[in-house]
Design a protein around this ligand. Structure first.
Ligand code: ADP
Length: 259
C-alpha cells in the first residue's frame, strides 16, 4: 500500500487530496522468493561436485598418494563429478529455456507414435543393462499434436529414465500411448521402489528429491520432473502421478490434441 498526495497545479505547496494505491504483491513476492531460492539451490548444487573435484585434484597434485589404485579411484571420482556438473548445467539451461519461451512455443507437427517408439528404442539398452524389461503398448495411429518436438521427446526420456533409475534389477517398465476424448494420454509405469505419499505433492519442484543420497547415487540432478512439468505446460496439458511405496509408480501425461 502506498499513498501519494495530490497537489494543486498552480500552487504545488497546497495538497488537495490523497491517493492510496493498494497493490497485491503476494504473487510478485512469491515469485521473487522462488527465484532467490532457485539461485541458492543452484549455487549449492554446483558447489557440491566442485568441492569434491577440487579436493581430489589438490590431493593428487600434492604427490602424497603413491598407490596407483587409489590414484585411479580419485580420478574416477573426478570424472563422475565432472559428468554430474555437466548434466546439472545442461538441465538448468534446458529448464530456463523452456520457462522463458513459454509464450512463444515452436508449433511443430508431432507424430507421437513415432517419437514414443524412438524413445523406447533409445532407452532399451539402458534398461537391459540393468536387467529391466522395457516394453510398450502404443496406438499405431495416435493423432498429431503441435508443439516443440525436442521438448516432447525430452519429456518422454526424463520419465522413462526415472522409471529405469528407480526400479531395481529384474523389474518392468511399460510405456503406453492412447487417445482419449480430445487428448492423447501417455503413461510410464514401473515396478520400482515407489514414492511415499507425503512426497507426492512436491515432486515436480526443482531440486526436490525423495532421497537426496539415492538420487545422487543414480546420477539424478533433481530437475528432471520440473522439466517434465514445464514441457507439459507448454502443450497446455497435465501430468499426474500415482505411486505405492515398494510396488511402483505410474506417471500419466494428458496432452490436448487441438490447442
Ligand atoms: P532426480 O534427478 O533426482 O531423479 P527428478 O526431478 O527426475 O530428479 O525426480 C525427483 C524425485 O522423484 C527423485 O529424486 C525420486 O526420488 C523421485 N522419482 C521420480 N521418478 C520416480 C520413479 N519412477 N520411481 C520412484 N521415484 C521417483
Amino acid at each position: 500500500v502506498y499513498t501519494n498526495p495530490i497537489k494543486l497545479e498552480n500552487d504545488p505547496t497546497k495538497t488537495i487530496g490523497l491517493v492510496t494505491v493498494i497493490e497485491d504483491v503476494t504473487e510478485i513476492r512469491k515469485l521473487e522468493k522462488m527465484r532467490s531460492n532457485f539461485v541458492t539451490n543452484v549455487s549449492h548444487e554446483l558447489k557440491t561436485p566442485l568441492t569434491s573435484i577440487s579436493g581430489f585434484v589438490e590431493t593428487l597434485k600434492s604427490n602424497t598418494i603413491e598407490d596407483e589404485k587409489t590414484k585411479k579411484r580419485f580420478l574416477d571420482i573426478i570424472d563422475i563429478e565432472t559428468e554430474r556438473l555437466t548434466r546439472l548445467i545442461e538441465d538448468i539451461l534446458t529448464l530456463s529455456e523452456i520457462e522463458s519461451s513459454q509464450h512463444r512455443v515452436l508449433q511443430e507437427e508431432i507424430f507421437p507414435t513415432n517419437v514414443m517408439k524412438e524413445v523406447e528404442e533409445m532407452m532399451h539398452p539402458i534398461a537391459a543393462n540393468k536387467g529391466i524389461a522395457l516394453s510398450s503398448k502404443i496406438d499405431m495411429n495416435l493423432p498429431n499434436i503441435y508443439g516443440n518436438k525436442d521438448w516432447f521427446k525430452q519429456m518422454l526420456i526424463n520419465l522413462a529414465d526415472n522409471a529405469i533409475k528407480y526400479t531395481p534389477h529384474g523389474g518392468k517398465v511399460l510405456l503406453t500411448g492412447y487417445k482419449k476424448h480430445h487428448n492423447i494420454v501417455i503413461t510410464v509405469k514401473d515396478t520400482g521402489i515407489g514414492i511415499p505419499k507425503k512426497d507426492l505433492p512436491r515432486l515436480f519442484e526443482r531440486f526436490y528429491r525423495v532421497d537426496k543420497a539415492r538420487s545422487r547415487k543414480v546420477g539424478g540432478t533433481g530437475l528432471g520432473l520440473a522439466i517434465v512439468k514445464h514441457i507439459v505446460l507448454s502443450f497446455k496439458g497435465r501430468v499426474k502421478v500415482n505411486s505405492e511405496e515398494g510396488k511402483g509408480t505410474e506417471f500419466t501425461v494428458i496432452l490436448p490434441i487441438k490447442k
